[in-house]
Each structure stands twice: as C-alpha cells, then as structure tokens.
Design a protein around this ligand. Structure first.
Ligand SMILES: [Zn+2]
Length: 267
C-alpha cells in the first residue's frame, strides 16, 4: 500500500515539474514555441527546452528518465534541470508521509494534494518571485471544502477565520512596511498563500507558522548574502518559507505545533 503512495507521488511530482516550468511562462506569455504555437500544461509532450526535441516515453519516467539520460538531453547535450528529479523525489516522500500519517484514504489524499500544491508554489516562487493565484486560489478553496468534509481536522468556521486572518495579518504587515520604508516587501501572492494555509491549518497555527517562516527566510537570506548569492535587488521570496513552515506544522499533527507554541507563551 505504501508503495502506491510513492508511485502516486512520483507521477504527480513529474506533472508538477511541468507546472513549475510552464505555468509561469504561460502567465507571462513567454510560452511560444519556435514554430509559433503556444505551449500549455498538456501540450506539447515533454521536450528538451533548449532544442525542443521530444522525449522518448522511457525518458519521461519519473527519476528513471533523469538517470537514463544522465542529466543531459540526448540530442543537444543540454543539462536537464535538477528540478525534475528533486521535485519528483520530494513529492513522492510527501505522499508517502501523508499516506502513512493520515487516517483514511480521503484524508490522506487531501493532504497529499495540499503537499503537492505547496511544493509547486514554493518552487515557482523561488525561481520566479511569483505565486500564481492559479494555484493559491484552488488551495484556499480546497482547504475550505476539505474542512466541510472533515478531512483536515479543522472545523469549517475555523478554516474560514484561518483564511481571513492569514490574508489580513500579512496585508497589515506588508502595508505597514510600505508606509514605513516606502519599499514593497511582500506581494499579494504571499497574502493568498497564507490565507490558504490558514484554511488548512486553522487560525491558531498562523502565528507559529509566520514566526517559523520569517526566521527561516531571514536565516537563508543572510546565508545568501554572506555568499553574495542574493539576486538583484536583494529579494528573497517569502513563499517557499511559508510553504515549508506550513507543511512542517501539518506534519507535526493538527495541534502539535499550536499546543507547544501557546503553552510556551503561557496561554
Ligand atoms: Zn536538447
């Protein structure tokens, strides 16, 4: 049974790497192929982004394809992004964890989809500094619907307030930051992502989530700066840290983090 979760994760992870590669290009209209046609998520089939030669079916197999091609396009020798095997592997591990942790198939599937959306969002934000509403919005609706069907252990009203507070808190912080410094620190994508996480995790997890994400983001930002690997403008995307913190809080169980956190505060 656990093998099925790994297999499902590998297949979905393979699709996610297509989403991560193509969705931002579709949204910025940079998806035109050499023959003038527009690529979308389903068409054309997998091909080398450099020489556009199509992949053979066995090169498309998750993880195996990368190994069979030794990380290079067979035709032009261009390097295949490490994103493909890494995303496939991390999705498979996340699915395995959800299958192992959740009680019941619908619950496990709901959390597996939650994990998949977070992985895609984190990766897209890291590469493009952009969190597409095409993914944050379904994640938010998904959290509300999952709460209605008792798949997340969060009551529907808590999911609703989690979403409202998640959006609101970051909006207030970001607006204050703009007023104080005149610089834009966060984008609306971050508000929407935290709204979605609030719907899945409930309002009590929001504060620990934000603290965890801010600490991790600041730590990684400092490391990047020390190695002068910050991108131009010094931007560090916040989305990947929100996503990872949200996933970790889920992994600790519905009340694991909040119980620890609020007791720590003496509440
Ligand atoms: Zn090629």
């Amino acid at each position: 049974m656990m093998g099925l979760w790994v297999l499902g994760g590998l297949i979905v992870g393979s699709f996610l790497s297509v989403v991560v590669h193509r969705l931002p290009k579709m949204l910025t209209q940079e998806n035109t192929l050499r023959n003038g046609q527009q690529a979308n998520l389903w068409w054309p089939g997998s091909h080398c982004p450099l020489c556009e030669s199509p992949l053979r079916w066995w090169d498309n197999l998750p993880l195996l394809g990368f190994a069979l091609q030794r990380g290079q396009c067979r035709r032009c020798g261009g390097a295949i992004a490490w994103r493909y095997p890494l995303l496939e592997l991390s999705t498979a591990l996340a699915w395995l964890f959800c299958g192992w942790q959740a009680v019941g198939l619908p619950n496990a599937l709901a959390w597996a989809l939650f994990s998949s959306a977070l992985l895609a969002l984190a990766w897209i934000d890291w590469e493009t500094l952009y969190l597409p509403a095409e993914l944050t919005q379904p994640l938010l609706w998904g959290g509300l619907i999952a709460a209605e069907f008792h798949l997340t252990g969060i009551a529907l009203s808590d999911a609703l307030w989690g979403a409202v507070l998640g959006y609101g808190v970051l909006w207030v912080v970001a607006t204050g930051f703009v007023l104080l410094t005149g610089k834009e620190g966060m984008g609306a994508g971050d508000f929407k992502l935290l709204a979605a996480l609030g719907a899945w995790l409930g309002p009590l997890n929001l504060l620990p989530l934000l603290l965890l994400a801010s600490l991790a983001g600041a730590g990684v930002g400092l490391c990047l700066r020390a190695r002068s690997q910050l991108r131009e403008g010094g931007y560090v995307p916040f989305g990947p840290f929100l996503a990872v913190a949200g996933w970790l809080i889920h992994a600790l169980g519905p009340t694991g983090m909040q119980r620890f956190f609020w007791r720590f505060l003496g509440a």
